[in-house]
Each structure stands twice: as structure tokens, then as C-alpha cells.
Design a protein around this ligand. Sequence first.
Ligand code: AMP
Length: 250
Amino acid sequence: MKILVAVKRVIDYNVKVRVKADRSDVDLANVKMALNPFCEIAVEQAVRLKEQGIATEILVVSIGNKSCEEQLRTALALGADRALRIDTEAAPDALSVARLLAKVAEAEQPDLILLGKQAIDSDNNQTGQMLAALLDRPQATFASEVKIDGKTLQVTREVDGGLQTLNVTLPAVVTTDLRLNEPRYASLPNIMKAKKKPLEVKTAEALGVTVASNITLVSVEPPAQRSAGIKVGSVAELVEKLRNEAKVIA
Ligand code: AMP
């Protein structure tokens, strides 16, 4: 079984996000970037399937400029076999990403495509769904458990009211949720080995896709500043403040 995993370079989730002074976007200057956490979970799942002898090859794909190769190397160090970067300077919208991934999938014919359920920068939660539609393949989003039985994939999904279990026939598209697994750390020897693994670069044009965006970012606002809290001296004082200042109790 061949697995394709789409991975995105995003701002590290530990970083306190700053907004540019003109509010035009998030400030990415000198900010630590990382593999999108849900993509890391997708890579981990692919590696586990390979360790179980179910998967034979893992291809990781990222769309973006040269800096994305850092995250592709991380995915290779975690256990992927080869990497592909689709070069684009423009930030592609979810539909462009899905179109490019569809072209790669048509050429590579993976049995399973794993994506994160969402990228933590744009929070779109769209790419996997669009990709499944473009490829006309079954999709199971927000996976918290995956079991494979021959050509059938049993996916437990995290839905609002609890868990839903679906059977999908391979080839299929699956997006990962937080509880699917706990990704490993890349070991130093594997980081060294990853430097020698194949990393190919193609342009979006070579794949016949024009990277466009139908979305204009109008402005970015930081969350309102929280005012400092206070310490109260007694339960009576707390009750008095809740009643007379916050007015949340009668
Ligand atoms: P989104 O729909 O933008 O929230 O992203 C969902 C998932 O699509 C991500 O977790 C990735 O697996 C994939 N994806 C989105 N953008 C890219 C990109 N530029 N390169 C590779 N994969 C991407």
C-alpha cells in the first residue's frame, strides 16, 4: 500500500502570534515555523502503518516555497520515504492546494491519502474534503482511529455528539484529528538519514495548475487584551464582587 501525506509549514503552535502593525496579516518575520500538528499526526499514522507491514511506501508532499523543505525533511526523519515540494511563492487557497494534490495523486496512485483535518494557521478545514471530491474518492474526516482490513478502512470519527464509525473502500482520503496518535520525536540518526532521502521539486505550472486565490485577506485583528485579575481576601468578598461588580449572581 502506498500512502500520500500532505504536510503544511505553519507557525509553531508554541509561538505567540503577532499581528503586523498595519493589520494586513500575521507577522511571520523571525518566527519559528513547524510542521502543522495535524499533519504530524498524519505522518505518524502513515509510519505506524508501514511499521505494521501494511504500507510499503510513504510520499510526503508540501506546497509552498523552498522553506517548506525544512518540514519535508522533518517528515522524512519521522519515517517517510520520499518527499515532493510543489513550488509556489503565492500562498495558495485550499482549492488550489486540493487541485495540486489531486494531480500528484493521479500520477502516484496512492491507496490512502492522509491530511490534517485543518492547518492551524488558516483554520480552513477544507482541503481534504475538496481533494476527495476532485478525485471522486471516499472520505473520512476527523479520524481518531483507523483500522485496515484488506481494501476496507474502518475509521472512527470525532463528531459533535461523540464518535462515528465508517467503513470506506480504498483508495480513500482521510483527515486526522488530535486523538489519532501521539507523534514520535525524530531521532538524531533519523534526522541525519533524512538528509539523504529523495526530495523532488515540481512547479505548479508543470502540473498544469494555476495557483490562484478567490479569497482576499481584508484584515487581521488580535484578540482583545484581557484586563488583569485580582485576588480576593475571602469568600464573602468574592460573592460581593460577583454580585455587585460582575453582576453574574443575584
Ligand atoms: P486546511 O484545509 O487549509 O485547513 O488544511 C488541511 C490540510 O490540508 C493540512 O493539514 C494539510 O494536510 C493539507 N494542506 C493544506 N495546505 C497545504 C500545503 N500548502 N501543502 C501541503 N498540504 C497542505
